[in-house]
Design a protein around this ligand. Structure first.
Ligand code: ATP
Ligand code: MG
Length: 243
């Protein structure tokens, strides 16, 4: 079997409140009367594609085009309104900065917490602990609560934990872009090593040059629809030129 991710006809609709409601009281009055008005918003519209094993698949598109929503559907965090996303192998999603971290716990405690959430034993995390910390370059901050970390530091720790395990499929949403250029280089190097080891990567980035350096195939989303999919250079050039 050559497919890592299979997305079939995924449509995602959200309910959005149509009117401005000024108070909780007004909200409940409307709720009880049953005249709370919603409009349906289609964040993803019939999206279908396959990602092959070992491929690095990029997703580009303007703000609000549905990229993060699509990654959440692939990771199983959101259930699509219609259609389905199938994943073959274990998946390590890095979607929201700091997701899976407890801000009040220290970096050390969060490494264990995150490791347990990912299904590892204490012994396994003990073994990997030093290399996680080393890659994140956070040796001096191990006993500092995460809430006092900068966003780049949180991203380092998240990426380091998510990739120490060598997942079959790695999903990266914009996380790399908050790291400094040195850390971005390190992340790209690790992603390339993982590719060499057969890991499939799906990456969302507003840095087109980063997408061009890393990806084999790119999907361009526009207002929830697939505008173009195919060879990285072709799609990135069209996206840059806006057609
Ligand atoms: N839980 C939700 N409820 C309602 N609307 C949502 C929800 N999540 C996303 N949306 C809407 O879906 C659309 C797509 O959002 P999404 O976060 O997927 O965009 P994006 O392409 O990741 O944008 P960005 O480049 O800014 O990260 C947006 O209009 C957003 O407001
Ligand atoms: Mg997003």
């Amino acid at each position: 079997m050559n497919t890592a991710v299979e997305v079939k006809n995924v449509t995602m609709k959200f309910n959005m409140s149509k009117e401005k409601i000024d108070s909780i009281k007004e909200y409940f009055v409307k709720l009880v009367k049953g005249n709370l008005l919603y409009t349906e918003f289609t964040a993803l519209d019939s999206v279908s594609f396959d990602v092959k094993k070992g491929e690095v698949f990029g997703i580009v598109g303007l703000n609000g085009s549905g990229k993060s929503t699509l990654l959440k559907v692939v990771s199983g965090i959101l259930k699509p309104s219609t259609g389905q996303a199938k994943v073959f192998g274990n998946i390590s999603p890095l979607i929201e900065l700091g997701a899976g971290f407890d801000p009040d716990l220290t970096a050390r405690e969060n490494i264990y917490l995150n490791g347990y959430v990912l299904g590892h034993t204490k012994k396994y995390i003990d073994e990997k602990f030093d290399s996680i910390v080393e890659f994140a370059e956070l040796e001096e901050f191990l006993d500092v609560p995460i809430k006092n970390f900068s966003s780049g530091m949180v991203a380092r720790l998240g990426f380091s934990i998510a990739t120490i395990v060598k997942p079959d499929i790695l999903i990266v949403d914009e996380i790399l872009s908050v790291g400094d250029y040195k850390f971005q280089e390190k992340c790209e190097k690790r992603i390339k090593e993982m590719m060499a080891g057969g890991t499939t990567v799906i990456i969302v980035s507003h840095s087109i040059t980063q997408i061009e350096r890393l990806c084999n195939t790119v999907l361009w989303l526009e207002k929830g629809k697939m505008k173009m999919i195919g060879d990285t250079n072709e799609v990135c050039n069209a996206y840059r030129n806006g057609n």
